[in-house]
Write a protein that binds this ligand. Structure first.
Ligand SMILES: [Fe+2]
Ligand SMILES: [Fe+2]
Length: 162
């Protein structure tokens, strides 16, 4: 069994992971609308990854006999000023998520919930990857120049993500 405190915290995290998926889908649609189809594809793959994060929390919650309480997913915004602005937001968002995962780890320790602590270690490592890929792409955009005309090579490269 799982404590009510952990149950509630994990239900919240399910919502945040699906919100991340929603945010990246909005970014994908935005990139499609400005004809950066590779960026759009990359974001769609990223959104799918966030869905699998939500699924992982959900499956864990159920495996521990916790009660699933799906919360409303907030609507993300739909427009960004440039590709650089999008990735600034991705980087900031992932840093925020890292903070949430760390807070969950702290809570698991406080509640002496070893299984939850162990499950969260996957997410601790995943967040290192997430922050690093966002900051790498942001740096690449800034190197070539944050204007559509300079982004075609990067667009082609990002479009290869499966
Ligand atoms: Fe995630
Ligand atoms: Fe993420």
């Amino acid at each position: 069994m799982i404590s009510k405190t952990i149950e509630e915290a994990l239900n919240k995290q399910v919502n945040r992971e699906y919100y991340s998926a929603y945010l990246y889908l909005a970014m994908s649609a935005h990139f499609e609308s400005v004809n950066l189809k590779g960026f759009s594809k990359w974001m769609r793959v990223q959104a799918r990854e966030e869905q699998t994060h939500g699924d992982k929390f959900l499956e864990y919650l159920m495996a521990r006999g916790g009660k699933v309480a799906l919360l409303a997913i907030e609507a993300p915004k739909a427009k960004w000023a440039s590709a650089g602005k999008v990735f600034e937001e991705v980087y900031a968002h992932e840093q925020k998520v890292t903070g949430m995962i760390n807070a969950l780890v702290d809570l698991a320790i406080k509640e002496k919930d070893h299984a939850t602590f162990e499950m969260l270690q996957w997410f601790v490592k995943e967040q290192v990857e997430e922050e690093s890929s966002a900051s790498d792409i942001l740096a690449q955009i800034m190197t070539v120049g944050d204007v559509p005309g300079h982004l075609f090579y990067l667009d082609h490269h990002l479009g290869k993500r499966e």
